[in-house]
Design a protein around this ligand. Structure first.
Ligand SMILES: [Zn+2]
Length: 132
């Protein structure tokens, strides 16, 4: 079994080949499809060459299937998708929706792991630090 990523609303499979597929929109810009590297803490994304990603700007992320907004309930700057690892364990995966910000949080119940150089940024604000 390999890791899977699913929409928290419609359960659509979001991992195709080696990419996590989401749609995103910056205020005023046309919406775009993003092929994101699902490696935890990796923020590389593939997108159409006619589109532009504005570093440091916050994007709205949507499920490409049901179009629900994927904003995390933990913090308004984070996005959440469901993840199931190779062993069949389910997690919530929260990552920044600010372009270029490297932080990902993998949360299961009271335990969590975090990844990326900017991960410390939200630890206090989302109260994760108290969960250990
Ligand atoms: Zn969905």
């Amino acid at each position: 079994m390999k890791a899977e990523y699913n929409c928290p609303y419609c359960n659509a499979y979001l991992l195709l080949k080696k990419y996590l597929v989401l749609s995103a929109r910056h205020n005023g810009d046309p919406a775009m499809l993003l092929f994101m590297n699902p490696e935890l803490g990796n923020t590389q994304a593939v997108y159409h060459p006619n589109m532009q990603v504005r570093l440091g700007e916050r994007y709205d992320f949507y499920c490409p299937v049901c179009h629900e907004t994927l904003t995390s309930e933990l913090h308004e700057n984070l996005v959440m998708v469901k993840m199931t690892d190779e062993a069949g364990k389910s997690y919530e995966l929260h990552f920044s929706r600010i372009a270029g910000q490297k932080c990902t949080y993998k949360i299961m119940g009271n335990t969590f792991e975090f990844f990326g150089n900017d991960a410390q940024h939200y630890l206090d604000m989302i109260g994760l630090i108290n969960m250990t």
